[in-house]
Ligand binder design. Sequence first.
Ligand code: DGY
Length: 323
Amino acid sequence: MSNNRQRILVPGKMNQRVLDRLPDHFDPVFIAATDPALVTAELSSSVAGIAVQGKIPAEFVDAFPKLEIIANFGVGYDGVDAVHAAERSVMVTNTPDVLTEEVADTAIGLLLNTVRCFPVAEQWLRQGRWVKEGAFVLTPLTLRGRTVGLYGLGRIGLAIAKRLEAFGVSIAYHTRTPREGLAYTHYTTLKSMAEAVDTIIVIVPGTESTRRTVNAEVLQALGPQGVLINVGRGTTVDEEALIDALQRGVIAAAGLDVFENEPHVPEALLSLPNVSLLPHVASASQATRDAMADLVVDNLVAWFETGAALTPVPETPFKRKTA
Ligand code: DGY
């Protein structure tokens, strides 16, 4: 180590603002990937923190006996085994709140793009088809009269619901337990909500309990006018079942910002006319990504300077052990 600053490892790609700010406070060190084979003995014995924008497998955490904190770039921390980190008394932080409104904006944009086909209509104009062939087709779907079910009603889900109120649609939600003080209809199961609504917006975290819960049965329940929007995690949707449902008209359309195996999107999805696809950009404005980057670095600074992280994940509610 070149000085007595804490050593922070950045494995793989990382937001530029995090990279720019880390040297102001720490001794950053970089490796190409979260591969234990890349960890030298010197690294293993010196790293006190990790800043990550991706996956951290449990065995990678175990390669660092002095590791105290993993600062995850993103509100979703499905790439980090937080339960394992907690067992090792390693703090895990994420980036909530600073992206809530941006992701909610994107969800509404994707919903409108999906039902009203705006990206396709723009292509019609750009390709000169408006001039040559006349008006773009009338869209078979509309947001008017829809009942939208939110699968998940955390901070981002609530921000989406608030926006939906202004659009004059009926709002329902599915969570394990109902939230108090809300006028939205609560459903105890995803399937019962799917039966009652014609639009689902997925905004649950990607965990084992949400994995592939949007399955063939749920899509069947959503029905032929059904629209599925996913701004949560790709793992929540059974992608094969979704493709089949879209191909056979089991549901009408889907808008997806997230996929099971990013950045790879199945050819079958790309070739479907009734989908609107985005490359995981829900939080991806410069301003919001800057705020997320600041929270990654500020969590690391707070941990080592005050002994408490700013935004710990629920699995790691503890403070720093003082030596
Ligand atoms: C998040 O914060 O989890 C987003 O998906 C990253 O863009």
